[in-house]
Write a protein that binds this ligand. Structure first.
Ligand SMILES: Nc1ncnc2c1ncn2[C@@H]1O[C@H](COP(=O)(O)OP(=O)(O)OP(=O)(O)O)[C@@H](O)[C@H]1O
Ligand SMILES: [Mg+2]
Length: 182
């Protein structure tokens, strides 16, 4: 995938398919350590240790429409190609944590891409999900918590067109100062 935000969108689908009601996505760049970390934490149904041991294999999937599941293997391949790795923790009934590291300056590191559109897509299709997104560049931080947004909306659905448009602009403006060749 040419943009890391496409991985994020794909992996968020895993969390939603697992019945998550809360999803925390973090993108954190540390220029001193030359490291980028992307993580997703959800409270979905989780995976047992047996399944977890196999999930990095493309032939491990609970999909019914095809026999390969590529989300996690592709994310791992992208991280490994950039001198990084993935960490995966999960427990049935508790949720799942997935994180990948990349060497920030690695020539093969994909750009972050359009994170505003990615978050808008997730919110548009899952208005009841509590989504918390944080993006960090060294000591600069942007946070979006859909619960805070909902508290301001006075009952207007968060997936209404005008709200989504505002949300996209808010994310674009808020992350503008956090760009590291993303
Ligand atoms: N956050 C999660 N919570 C619970 N189960 C998960 C989670 N992420 C992945 N899984 C399980 O691991 C399997 C493999 O995930 P992966 O993203 O690699 O492929 P997929 O979702 O099956 O297919 P694709 O991503 O190619 O559409 C999923 O089918 C699902 O059963
Ligand atoms: Mg998937």
């Amino acid at each position: 995938m040419r943009e890391l935000s496409m991985h994020i969108l794909d992996l968020a689908q895993n969390s939603i398919a697992a019945g998550a009601t809360e999803l925390v996505i973090e993108v954190s760049a540390d220029t001193q350590a030359d490291r980028l970390m992307i993580s997703l934490q959800d409270n979905g149904r989780g995976m047992d240790s047996d399944f977890l041991a196999r999930v990095r294999d493309p032939f491990t999937t609970t999909r019914t429409t095809r026999r390969v599941g590529l989300g996690i293997p592709m994310f791992e391949a992208a991280a490994k190609a950039c001198g990084g790795c993935i960490a995966l923790q999960s427990a049935p009934g508790k949720g799942t944590y997935l994180a990948a590291t990349f060497r920030l300056s690695h020539i093969d590191r994909a750009p972050l891409g359009d994170i505003a559109s990615t978050l808008m897509s997730i919110v548009a299709a899952n208005p009841d999900l509590r989504l918390r997104y944080t993006q960090r560049l060294d000591d600069k931080l942007f946070v979006l918590d859909t619960n805070d947004v909902k508290a301001q909306l006075d009952g207007v659905p968060i997936n209404e067109g005008a709200v989504l448009k505002w949300l996209g602009e808010y994310v674009n403006e808020g992350t503008d100062a956090l760009k590291y060749e993303f």
